[in-house]
Design a protein around this ligand. Structure first.
Ligand SMILES: Cc1ncc(COP(=O)(O)O)c(C=O)c1O
Length: 460
């Protein structure tokens, strides 16, 4: 054994003995290696053995500018040398101020106030806590419920979990924080029969379901509705035309806050700084995380309209909420450097210019019998897998288990592609590559997917 292989063996043993991977069946690694990623460069990452993978998921919808960017690493080191930490509790620091102002400039409308967090779940919870306290301060103390869509993922901490629409990941943690209410999502491929061939009518129906839910729950009890611009979980559901305009109208009618959860969809994923910009609606709150730093340091937050801040600007009123590491100096410095890269390299333009080619390349896969639907926007796509294309019949639980967990996840990785095979709704493969990608990377994704999905079909 060489020194290198000794080190790999030791690290594998320690990974299995001491590390707890998230949302991972640890038993899956009993007889095999834990995949260990050691470095990255551009849209590629490399494992312990030096094998290269195309990062088709940008880590976890995070690495917008790609891996190995020394300018971001240097910004982090400079800031750590100057001021590594100070809290935002009663104090400010220059990078938090600068980033808040820059984000306010970029965000649509009067979303001028930034409350930082360290993660997306904290951003989602912060928005709910703000909504509750805001309504208590403004004479509507009964408003505490939050609407969100079936299958939508909004995070895992107990508050965010109550907003999340995935029953399977909530079950073990019942009872939930009270107040979470579900409305339909915008999966047109699985639209109800009476609107299955009319996208506009489907969008209108899905938006109107939000109104019906508000009326059913009692408008005086509803605080907010949480929607992603393009819903991730379930496999990339873009909004039908007019959907968000109708939702905005409904929110205004009933005094409900519209929270645009852009933890994935902000910072270029859809070709704009914010997904709400792409679809032309004005949120009351935007939640963000992930791409704001491209993952070079953790950061999240919410952006809030002036009006929501007003009750907190006088007398003793205080938003009674805070997080030790929120708006960390190193993370905010990194976010500023990240935004500099966006500007210097025209990353939004890159996505807008190339997204049609990305879609067209993925759509070649529609000739495979297992590929039912390809949907998404920008650099964010879901591929829905089906057992029968004509009837759109999906796989049952056993088949999903064999296909996704038993074969596809491993085989795609083995073939050199990081992506996500997900069966929290119908089985889908999710793609969300770094925003620096171009045609050669689209082709590489398509080739690997074609090869592995062809093999998967033989096993159905
Ligand atoms: C839309 C959305 N909201 C919230 C979250 C939770 O973010 P985090 O994992 O940073 O807590 C996620 C994570 O993927 C997400 O996609």
């Amino acid at each position: 054994m060489t020194a290198d292989s000794d080190a790999i063996t030791a690290s594998q043993e320690a990974a299995k003995r001491n590390l707890w991977l998230h949302f991972t069946r640890m038993s899956a690694y009993a007889d095999g290696d834990v995949p260990v990623i050691v470095r990255g460069s551009g849209p590629y990452v490399f494992d312990q053995h030096g094998k290269r993978y195309l990062d088709g998921l940008a880590g976890l919808f995070v690495s917008q500018v790609g891996h190995g960017r020394t300018e971001l690493a240097e910004a982090a080191a400079r800031q750590a040398g100057e001021l590594a930490y100070f809290p935002l509790w009663s104090y400010a620091h220059p990078k938090a101020i600068e980033l808040a102002a820059r984000l306010a400039d970029l965000a649509p409308g009067d979303l001028n106030r930034v409350f930082f967090t360290t993660s997306g779940s904290e951003a989602v919870e912060s928005a709910w806590k703000l909504a509750k306290q805001y309504f208590k301060l403004t004479g509507e103390p009964g408003r505490y419920k939050v609407l969100s869509r079936e299958l939508a993922y909004h995070g895992t901490s107990m508050g965010a979990l109550a907003v999340t629409g995935l029953a399977d990941i909530k079950g073990p943690f019942e009872p939930m924080t009270p107040g979470g209410v579900r409305v339909p999502n915008t999966n047109f491929y699985r639209a109800p029969g009476f609107v299955h061939d009319d996208l506009d009518a489907f969008g209108q129906w899905a938006a109107d379901e939000i109104e019906r839910a508000i009326l059913r729950e009692g408008p005086a009890s509803v605080a907010a509705v949480y929607l992603e611009p393009v819903q991730n979980s379930g496999g990339c559901f873009p909004p039908p035309p007019g959907y968000f305009q109708r939702v905005r109208e409904i929110c205004d009618t009933y005094g409900v806050l519209l929270v645009s959860d852009e933890v994935i969809c902000a910072f270029g994923r859809l070709g704009y700084y914010f997904g709400s910009e792409r679809y032309g609606y004005q949120p009351d709150i935007i939640t963000f995380a992930k791409g704001v730093t491209s993952g070079y340091s953790p950061l999240g937050g919410m952006m809030v309209r002036d009006e929501l801040m007003e009750p907190f600007t006088e007398g003793t009123a205080t938003f009674l909420h805070g997080i030790t590491f929120a708006g960390h100096p190193v993370s905010t410095a990194v976010a500023l450097a990240n935004l500099d890269v966006f500007e210097k390299e025209n990353l939004l333009e890159n996505v807008r210019t190339n997204e049609a080619a990305f879609r067209a390349t993925l759509e070649k896969l529609l000739d495979l019998p297992i590929v039912g639907d390809i949907r998404g926007a920008g650099y964010f796509y879901g591929i829905e897998l089906v057992k029968d294309k004509d009837s759109r019949e999906t796989f049952n639980d056993d088949e999903s288990e064999r296909l996704l967990r038993g074969f596809l996840s491993g085989a795609l990785f083995e073939a050199g592609l990081v992506c996500r095979a997900d069966d929290r709704g119908d089985p889908v493969i999710q793609l969300s590559p770094p925003l620096i990608c171009g045609q050669e990377h689209f082709d590489e994704m398509e080739h690997i997917l074609r090869e592995v999905l062809t093999e998967a079909w033989k096993r159905v």
